[in-house]
Design a protein around this ligand. Structure first.
Ligand code: ZN
Length: 289
């Protein structure tokens, strides 16, 4: 199942599901869905709304299905409660960055306001000359997880998505910590949708690629992750309660721009694509200066 968010003609955000013939609008009155229990209900596996939405997607009424080409996709989680990221989670990326391979996950965060959806432009911020890309497997939490053991953590996953952890290297390395370099407006492209675990397959065995203007600059597999998804969820939930709609970017493989010789930084007019096997392609143009 592919969960998505789109902007309706009236300007409101709608949850949807990709179905045969288009997108099922989960706010369509013909579905008569209950109200979600809270603001996280769309992504909450245990919310009656979410369960009713899944049933509706199994037999969608025709009048509630919109042609895919007619909708404006947004980030599948437009404002995550937490947007957590893992640094240096591919051995060879740690090496190309000149950093030690970590013994436990390195956690940082991006502000929720950095999130944008597919096709939305990444804006080069004034003052940075070194804006870089990072293709990453994104995990969307679908169930409250607190001090979860690795073997129970995957039951709390709603699904997986593509993330581009856009990073201003000059900000990141000047500050001694990463918040500003990682959290600029538009630095959190996400999408095009959330693919449920049964369709995504093994999260530790997905091809992951980044293309800049059609040229492949990152080409790896999530089998190379140092800390896998279950381990990361266990680690993170050990110090902060994970909630439905929280998003975790699991780290990037080698091939990022600043480590290339010569370095590659994003320019006005570039086109970025993150592609992950079974999850689709997240495409964003670059604008600015
Ligand atoms: Zn990253």
């Amino acid at each position: 199942m592919k969960f998505l968010t789109f902007r309706g003609a009236e300007g409101r955000l709608h949850p949807g599901v990709a179905v045969d013939g288009g997108v099922l609008d989960l706010l369509h009155p013909a579905l008569r869905l209950p109200e979600p229990c809270g603001c996280m209900g769309w992504w909450d596996l245990d919310d009656p709304w979410h369960q009713a939405a899944r049933r509706a997607a199994a037999a969608p009424p025709e009048e509630a299905v919109l042609p895919a080409g007619s909708i404006s996709l947004q980030a599948p989680v437009p404002r995550p409660g937490k947007f957590l990221c893992i640094g240096l989670n591919y051995r060879d990326h740690a090496e190309e960055s000149g950093m030690e391979v970590p013994e436990s996950p390195v956690c940082f965060s991006k502000f929720g306001t950095s999130v944008i959806g597919p096709e939305a432009p990444v804006l080069l911020p004034p003052g940075s000359r070194q804006v870089d890309y990072e293709a990453e497997l994104g995990v969307v939490v679908g169930r409250r997880l607190r001090q979860a053991m690795p073997e129970e953590a995957l039951a709390g996953v709603l699904g997986y998505t593509c993330i581009n952890d856009v990073s201003a290297r000059d900000f990141q390395f000047a500050d001694g910590q990463w918040q500003r370099g990682k959290s600029c407006d538009t630095f959190g492209p996400m999408g095009p949708w959330i693919v449920s675990p049964d369709e995504a397959g093994d999260p530790q065995d997905l091809a992951i690629r980044f293309r800049l203007n059609g040229a492949t600059l990152q080409d790896s597999s999530t089998s190379q992750l140092i800390f896998g998804v279950a381990e990361l969820l266990s680690f993170l939930s050990g110090f902060t309660t994970l909630e439905p709609g929280d998003v975790i970017a699991t780290g990037t493989p080698p091939g990022v721009g600043f480590a290339r010789k010569p370095p590659v930084f994003l320019q006005d007019g570039d086109l970025m694509e993150v592609e992950i096997e079974n999850l689709g392609v997240l495409r964003n143009p670059v604008r600015g200066r």
